[in-house]
Design a protein around this ligand. Sequence first.
Ligand code: CA
Length: 233
Amino acid sequence: MVKKILIVEDESDLIKLLKYNLEKEGFRVSYATDGSIALAEVRRDPPDVVILDLMLPGLDGLEVCRQLRRSDKFSRIPVLMLSARSEEADRIVGLELGADDYVTKPFSMREVVARVRALLRRNEQAGPQKSKLQRGDIMIDPMAHSVMVSGRTVELSALEFRLLHHLASHPGMVFSRDQLLDSVWGNDRTVTPRSVDVYIRRVREKIENQPQQPIYVQTVHGVGYRFAVNGDE
Ligand code: CA
């Protein structure tokens, strides 16, 4: 899958240079010229890596970084900070709410590309969402995008899979329909909260022995849905 890089920088020459070189390496690239636009762009179309200049008009790079880190949805996006001063950048990478790595200006494009690739690798390896989940009779494998129930493979659409995986990743946690739309559907909001019910029903028909009396995907009346804590209770 093509990885998306968001460049946050106010110098147009530098944006052009970064964009050209990253696209040449096969990345999809978008850019923002200040911190607020950057945060809006992250929400609109979340990137796989953010290249973030420290000195920006309005919200500075550090504040953008803090806001990303505090967000549930976007806190895992790696941030490569651009800075004119290495002492400053050192400090920011060391902070709890700081960046993952930095390069100091002036930098070579080869170095930026290498750092971006390293961050992508690190994030993929760290991804807890990539490990298999065993819940009762159900085995969910995010790498293979497959689900087995009692050893039998069941076919789920991409959305059904994401919905089941999200619920099963947080057993016992109740999600409202709106929360599920945010986490599972993301920016594709052509659906209404009631569509969630339709997808829940489809998932149940595929994984539950008795879809009318679900064991795994439970309804919490007046609130939403949750995945059973111990799978077979
Ligand atoms: Ca700048």
